[in-house]
Design a binder for this molecule. Structure first.
Ligand code: GDP
Ligand code: IMO
Ligand code: MG
Length: 428
């Protein structure tokens, strides 16, 4: 198999970065296909943490191609900050390739995201304020600026003049914000363009070439199924398609070119921002999961909402993305719990629901049907073979596979590369 998609099955922060980095040992190329700097993917190598935002998590392997696909909303300022941070730590950046069709996040996008979400008052989404929604809005509204135009000084000057005239009116009328100065923005961003130009190319041609040559490609999802703009808890979602269906549009490869899909499942659930979360534990259990798991956002530092594993959501993700294998992460965080619960069904007005309700009113009222599992009460971080896991941990995992209908592929027992148990040998 030569192309693998890694996608989040819950509300993000499942450990996609760790698993992408792990699988990238065998990959030639790692591709981001959607989202932007709203992502926060932590990769730990030899105890050293790298917090990646826009940068594909394959960057820690010398020579690997790291592609920012056309479906990404690309913030040049943040990307350069990431590049500088990585270069200072001795990381080789020569494999970076940025799609000439990706849309550029500009300063007005982040301003509008921040003020716009606050203006919603009690209906706020709790966005990361990185300009993601406003940039995708401009793309759909056909007033976005793409990387190919951004790196062409004349074209960028012309496009920015046109668009900033519109945006400055919006900033004044809708956001009560002072206008942005055209010359200042142009000067700052032309500087970024100069630095980034050498990395820009037609990544569609690059990827097709690589597929033809049988090179191994890993597609790295950001966010997750329940934050997908079509399939998540709309409107409490992001503005892109994290599911595997996002890969063909966000990277320009054909659906038939996807060989395998790996769904990342955190052993419990978390959510950052607003919106329904059926298995949320607003109690001592939730606090304990947050503390044991250090569940605080990478991008915004916000405490993450916490709860038990919702297997209904994972089953839904499996169906939508055609997940071949689950990679279950952070199982070690549950090491000290006496009892662990898993939601296996939803009940609504006394009846079992067979699908994830579209209506948030219904979703807010569903009653999770829990199964309770005895904890294993020991440290599993040193386990490297599936058969060496405690029986109670295996029972929990096997029930998860049964309820979701997805095979177990990987179990992760710590943030480091070696803290990984591989069950499926045919992922790549
Ligand atoms: P992502 O956004 O899906 O890449 O996930 P984040 O990086 O935001 O959050 C996952 C966190 O869990 C990171 O700090 C990882 O280093 C860490 N992590 C990943 N897998 C494991 C695991 O199996 N055990 C533990 N303890 N930490 C893990
Ligand atoms: P990774 O890739 C968790 C959430 C925000 C908010 C909603 C919309 O690290 O898993 P946005 O800024 O995208 O318009 O915010 O989506 N969100 C995430 N939550 N992990 C992420 O990324 C997220 N990216 C966005 O908190 O609720
Ligand atoms: Mg994250």
């Amino acid at each position: 198999m030569s192309t693998v998609v890694v996608t989040g099955t819950q509300w993000g922060d499942e450990g996609k970065g760790k698993i992408v980095d792990y699988l990238a040992q065998q990959a030639d190329t790692v591709v981001r296909y959607q989202g932007g700097s709203n992502a926060g993917h932590t990769v730990v190598v030899d105890g050293e943490a790298y917090k990646l935002r826009l940068m594909p998590s394959g960057i820690l392997y010398k020579g690997a191609h790291c592609v920012v696909g056309n479906g990404v909303v690309f913030d040049p300022k943040i990307f350069l900050e990431e590049m500088d941070g990585l270069a200072a730590r001795g990381i080789d950046l020569s494999g970076i390739r940025i799609s000439n069709r990706a849309h550029v996040v500009l300063p007005y996008h982040s301003i509008m995201d921040g003020i716009g979400d606050e203006k919603r008052g009690k209906n706020k989404i709790g966005t990361t304020k990185r300009g993601i929604g406003p940039c995708y809005m401009d793309k759909a509204n056909r007033i976005g600026i793409r990387v190919c135009d951004f790196i062409d000084p004349d074209e960028f000057a012309r496009r920015l003049k046109e668009v900033l005239a519109i945006k400055n009116k919006e900033l004044k009328l809708l956001y009560d914000h002072e206008p942005l100065d055209y010359d200042a923005v142009l000067k700052e961003y032309l500087g970024y363009a100069d630095r980034l130009r050498p990395y820009v190319c037609d990544t569609i041609a690059l990827l097709h070439d690589e597929i033809k040559q049988g090179r191994k490609i890993l597609f790295e999802g950001a966010q997750a199924t329940m934050l997908d703009i079509d399939y998540g808890t709309y409107p409490y979602v992001t503005a892109s398609h994290p599911i595997s269906g996002g890969v063909p549009v966000g990277a320009g490869v054909a659906p038939r070119d996807i060989d395998k899909v790996v769904g990342i499942v955190k052993a419990y659930c978390t959510r950052v921002g607003e919106g329904p979360f059926p298995t949320e534990q607003l109690n001592a259990i939730g606090d304990r999961i947050r503390e044991e798991g250090h569940e605080y956002g990478v991008v915004t530092g916000r405490p993450r909402r916490t709860g038990w594993l919702d297997a209904c959501v994972v089953r839904y993700a499996g169906m939508l993305s055609g997940i071949d294998y689950m990679a279950v992460t952070r199982l070690d965080i549950l090491d000290n719990f006496d009892e662990i619960k898993m939601c296996v069904d939803y009940k609504y007005k006394g009846e079992i629901l067979h699908e994830i309700p579209a209506s948030l009113k219904v979703l807010a009222e569903v009653e999770p049907v829990y199964e309770t599992f005895p904890g294993w009460k020991c440290d599993i971080t040193k386990v490297r073979k599936y058969e060496d896991l405690p029986e109670n941990a295996k029972k929990y995992l096997e029930r998860m596979a049964e309820v979701t209908g997805i095979k177990l592929g990987i179990v992760s027992v710590g943030p480091n590369r070696d803290e990984t148990i591989v069950i499926a040998k045919d992922i790549f």
